[in-house]
Design a protein around this ligand. Structure first.
Ligand code: FE
Ligand code: CA
Length: 529
């Protein structure tokens, strides 16, 4: 308990009484816990508890998730008393919160870092709403979000952006400044929302500590550090988000229970449990994603009428270990002649998620079916000095048999306009995915767009450029800009623009379109716009 954040009279009065009453209810297992009925309502905070801002996500045709987390001392454990705190919320049809259509009281539970996840239902489809929280005598910023169109309803247009890889120490979040002002219906985050590792050398700003987080408090502090950036908070406050993770939300290149450093898997799963819980606590996710020990259900779908269905995928939790590893070091490697990457028993999604995806693609009513996942799917081959093919084993190239299997099934199933979006490699890529990448005449199964990083440093432009002629299915590459990707889907076509900022060290840096592409419905080929 932190008495200075409580009124003197509530420390002994409300505090101890509420604590005793709550104990019985709070003894339930975390994963099955429901909202405790005994939250403290007359708590007053000396400092603003809404330092992390507000967010919304996982929209349906009648609602969405509203999120905040009370944290008056954001990078120092949060600074909250060890009690459940009542948080009031309102949803309105106007920004000034005068036409309120829903209101309620939620509980900021200390076991979930005083995060709040409110699932709103029963609203009108396809319209904007505004929302706000109040607690501790303070009001949060007003957030804006929207419902999806009704299931199967005709939708003339959907605009969405996607982002990834936002190393806090590599730059300012100027890309989010532009995104927050963009005209969008939805934002997707495709992973590396935080980085567990800190950078050596000169950087424009520093994490709250250079130590890697391993426990829950440390991961909470890291998320709070990232959310201290006002442009990130603004992008959250202006649109509903659909989020998934990649590796750095836990540890570089981890695979299921295998850490990069080959830690004891039992220990690593404890670290993963802490990291997954902190992720849940800081994202606008539904109760279905509440972590259970080291496990957390993150793959899910969001549909926008008859126009688009997003299949949000988890590329880390269920994968087999990277192939062709070098003894004690786990994670990815650049490996020549790695035949184990062709092992058909290897999996990136796990059998259950793979089946869920294939069934969902077949049943989808969306004209566009977007695979939202963290990695580049396209094959990318380089050569060693002897001319042997070299592949990066942490990406899809390390799981080539699983990729072939999936793309062959998509091709056979005649899915309506599939496309993949990804991140991870800090550069823009537009590619044509094929069952056999080595056959130049093989038909295109779907287009793929990989967005650059928000800030994380990119790969070498010149050396990668030299490899493009040997990878003709890669139609565009540029690693020189930080930024995001912006898509506009209509029934007839999908337009994709790669949006780059000139200088990630300047959060006022201008935005320009680096390249743009068009995909015509019914034709998976890429065309430059
Ligand atoms: Fe990254
Ligand atoms: Ca990554």
């Amino acid at each position: 308990m932190t008495p200075r954040h409580l009124r003197a009279h509530s420390v002994d009065g409300i505090g101890s009484l509420a604590r005793r009453r709550c104990m019985v209810r709070l003894s339930a297992i975390l994963a099955t816990a429901l909202v405790p009925a005994c939250a403290v309502a007359d708590w007053h905070s000396a400092d603003d508890p809404f330092t992390l801002g507000v967010a919304s996500g996982d929209p349906t045709s009648d609602g969405f998730v509203l999120w905040t987390r009370l944290a008056p001392r954001p990078t120092d454990g949060g600074g909250m008393p060890d009690l459940p705190i009542a948080v009031d919320w309102t949803v309105s049809t106007d920004e000034r919160q005068t036409r309120i259509v829903r209101r309620g009281r939620a509980t900021a539970d200390p076991r979930l870092g005083h995060s709040v996840h409110v699932e709103i239902e029963g609203l009108d489809p396809d319209r904007w709403y505004w929302y706000r929280f109040t607690a501790g005598g303070a009001a949060s910023p007003v957030g804006r979000t929207r419902t999806a169109p009704a299931p199967g309803a005709p939708v003339p247009r959907l605009r969405f952006a996607f982002a990834s890889c936002q190393h806090y120490e590599h730059g300012l979040f100027g890309a989010y400044r532009h995104m927050a002002r963009d005209d969008l219906d939805l934002v997707l985050h495709l992973g590396d929302y935080i980085y567990e590792g800190s950078s050596a050398g000169r950087v424009p700003r520093r994490h709250e500590t250079k130590e890697e987080p391993v426990d829950l408090i440390q991961y909470r502090n890291r998320y709070a550090c990232y959310k201290s950036d006002p442009h990130l908070r603004a992008a959250h406050a202006n649109f509903p988000w659909l989020v998934t993770w990649d590796d750095h939300e836990v540890e570089n290149d981890y695979a299921a229970d295998q850490s990069e450093n080959r830690d004891d898997p039992a220990w690593f799963l404890q670290r993963r449990a802490a990291a997954y819980q902190a992720y849940y606590e800081h994202m606008p996710l539904r109760r279905a994603s509440l972590p259970r020990g080291p496990d957390m259900l993150l793959y899910r779908r969001a549909a926008f009428g008859d126009l688009a269905t997003f299949h949000v995928l988890d590329n880390r939790q269920y994968r087999s270990d990277q192939p062709c590893g070098e003894g004690r070091r786990g994670g990815g490697n650049m490996v020549a002649n790695c035949t184990d990457r062709l092992d058909p028993s290897a999996t990136l999604w796990g059998a259950t998620q793979e089946r869920w995806l294939e069934q969902g693609l077949a049943a989808s009513r969306g004209r566009w079916n977007v695979l939202a996942q963290s990695l580049m799917m396209a094959q990318f081959t380089s050569r060693d000095a002897s001319g042997h093919p070299v592949h990066w084993t942490d990406g899809w190239d390390g799981y080539a048999a699983a990729r072939t299997r999936f793309l062959a099934r998509v091709a056979a199933a005649k899915i309506s306009n599939p496309l993949s979006i990804g991140g991870d490699i800090h550069s823009f890529w537009a590619s044509e995915l094929k069952v056999d990448f080595d056959d130049a005449r093989a038909p295109v199964v779907m287009p793929e767009f990989v967005g650059t990083s928000i800030t994380s440093r990119g790969r070498s432009y010149e050396s990668t450029l030299k490899l493009l002629p040997a990878n003709p299915h890669v139609r565009f590459f540029d690693s020189r800009q930080r930024g995001y990707a912006r898509a506009e889907a209509t029934p007839a076509r999908l337009h994709m623009a790669f949006q780059g900022i000139a200088d990630p060290l300047d959060d006022g840096s201008a935005l320009r379109t680096v390249a743009a592409f068009v995909v015509e419905a019914g034709r998976p080929d890429l065309e430059r716009a």
